[in-house]
Design a protein around this ligand. Structure first.
Ligand code: GDP
Length: 442
């Protein structure tokens, strides 16, 4: 994710770290590259200008120039600044206690609106809340059908009126029905268009005014870069938005759009969509996102991914081992085998600090072979070594490498990986998956 931005920044910092001494001159060179890479990543000019002004001021301050590791200090400043622009967070859906909460989703056609209705539904179902979905996109019969299918898949009712031509009326009827049936949440799936047009905006404004949704969320496609920013501007002018949901951030999306959309709308980024499945919705966390942008990884996202694939009893035993410091390379091997599903390993590596460079290798057909090598190498170790890899000295490293048919540098890397993986395993063992729920608290 966010490859272009990360690569640009990484090369900026490499060029800085390569220089022995940090001066104002070479710091400015580094900052120029940061600026260029932000522009190339679809961050709008005004955002870049503001961002760079803050970063430059801090970077040229004494703290960095006097720092022993100035490039790390600069990364920290850029990280802090990204977090600042991307926040603050508000992942709550602000559910009412005494009446149905009406959530209105709007956005261009294809942005992922209807899919996001399903994702929010799944999230609510996990809280034992039964929402009512309202098919308010009357222009496209296919859209109504799509919502009905989602309702069936997730076991929630869908309010649709094919005979009605007025979406306002359909929404009002939907809300009445939710009141009657006792649904705590109503999700309005409104119409989209391929591009912004006056008629669509007028329709959305009427729904907003007459139905009075509690929360209006704009769904934008993260893959469309500057177009996402432009459409966000138009929707924001027409409606009073309460939040943005950016979808398709699982692909090669350009990260910059997220910064610009935040700046243009001024409302919180609530969630990000990271896949087509209904569970691929994450509460937005600026720290994680800034970390991804800077290739510092996103441990929480990695842990959540991991949490999904480990069952309850395994979690308990992992938790015990982690707590007593008995987590060994054998456990590591078992976990690796577990996450050796096509695509999954690469996705997780992409989220781990310092591991994103392995992502492609692991996503490729080679992945199976690499996994076998790792497992082969662990199998070549003695039980004592698997419990405590610190016992492995240079001579043993060479022996193990020969046994597994890999270069000895792979063994060094494996042991490092084991250390990096530990915090992930910790989260896999118990914590980490739960904060999906936190977003619903009021
Ligand atoms: P709508 O026209 O705005 O209602 O858009 P849809 O919900 O029909 O989504 C359009 C396409 O985007 C569908 O093929 C979805 O499966 C896909 N999609 C939606 N959200 C995501 C996401 O977060 N990641 C990916 N990869 N695809 C998504």
């Amino acid at each position: 994710m966010f490859d272009s931005l990360s690569e640009g920044l990484q090369s900026a910092f490499k060029s800085l770290s390569g220089k022995g001494k940090l001066t104002e001159g070479n710091m400015r060179d580094g900052l120029k590259i940061v600026e260029q890479s932000l522009l190339e990543s679809d961050v709008s000019y005004s955002v870049v200008k503001e961002f760079m002004a803050h970063v430059t001021e801090k970077a040229l301050g004494k703290r960095v120039l006097l720092s022993l590791r100035p490039h790390e200090e600069l990364v920290r400043i850029v990280h802090e600044e990204l977090v600042e622009i991307l926040g603050p967070v508000d992942p709550s859906l602000h559910l009412n206690a005494d009446r149905p909460t009406i959530l209105m989703l709007c956005g261009l056609q294809g942005s992922g609106k209807t899919t996001t209705c399903g994702k929010l539904t799944q999230l609510l179902r996990e809280q034992n809340i039964q929402p009512l979905l309202v098919a308010a996109d009357l222009q496209r019969p296919a859209a109504i059908e799509q919502l009905k299918v989602i309702g069936e898949q997730l076991g929630v009712p869908v309010h649709a009126e094919t005979e009605h031509k007025d979406p306002v009326k359909v929404c009002q009827n939907g809300v009445d029905r939710a009141r009657r049936d006792g649904n705590r949440v109503v999700i309005l799936d409104t119409a989209g268009r391929l591009a912004i047009d006056a008629e669509l905006m007028d329709q959305l404004k009427r729904i907003d005014k007459k139905v009075g949704p509690d929360q209006v969320y704009l769904v934008v496609d993260g893959m469309t870069g500057q177009d996402a920013v432009n459409s966000a501007g138009a929707f924001n002018e027409a409606l009073e938005l309460d939040g943005v949901i950016m979808t398709k951030l699982d692909g090669d999306a350009r990260g910059g759009a997220l910064l610009s959309v935040k700046q243009v709308t001024g409302v919180p980024i609530k969630f990000i969509g990271t896949g087509e499945r209904f569970d691929a919705l994450e509460p937005f966390r600026p720290e994680g996102m800034a970390g991804r942008i800077l290739q510092m990884g996103d441990m929480v996202a990695a842990a959540r991914e991991a949490h999904r694939i480990v069952d309850e009893s395994e979690r308990e035993s992992l938790e015990e081992k982690m707590a007593s410091g008995q987590f060994s390379l054998d456990d590591f091997k078992n976990m690796m085998q577990k996450i050796a599903q096509p695509g999954l390993m690469g996705r997780m590596m992409g989220l781990m600090p310092g591991m994103s460079q392995f992502k492609e290798a692991l996503d490729s057909e080679e992945a199976g072979g690499q996994m076998k090598q790792i497992i082969g190498a662990i199998n070549s170790m003695t039980p004592a070594e698997r419990k405590n890899p610190k016992l492995i000295d240079a001579a043993r490293r060479t022996r193990i490498a020969a046994g597994a048919g890999v270069p000895s540098s792979s063994i060094t890397q494996l042991i490092k990986q084991f250390d990096t993986m530990k915090p992930l395993m910790q989260m896999m063992s118990g914590k980490g998956g739960g904060d999906r729920m936190a977003m619903l608290r009021q």
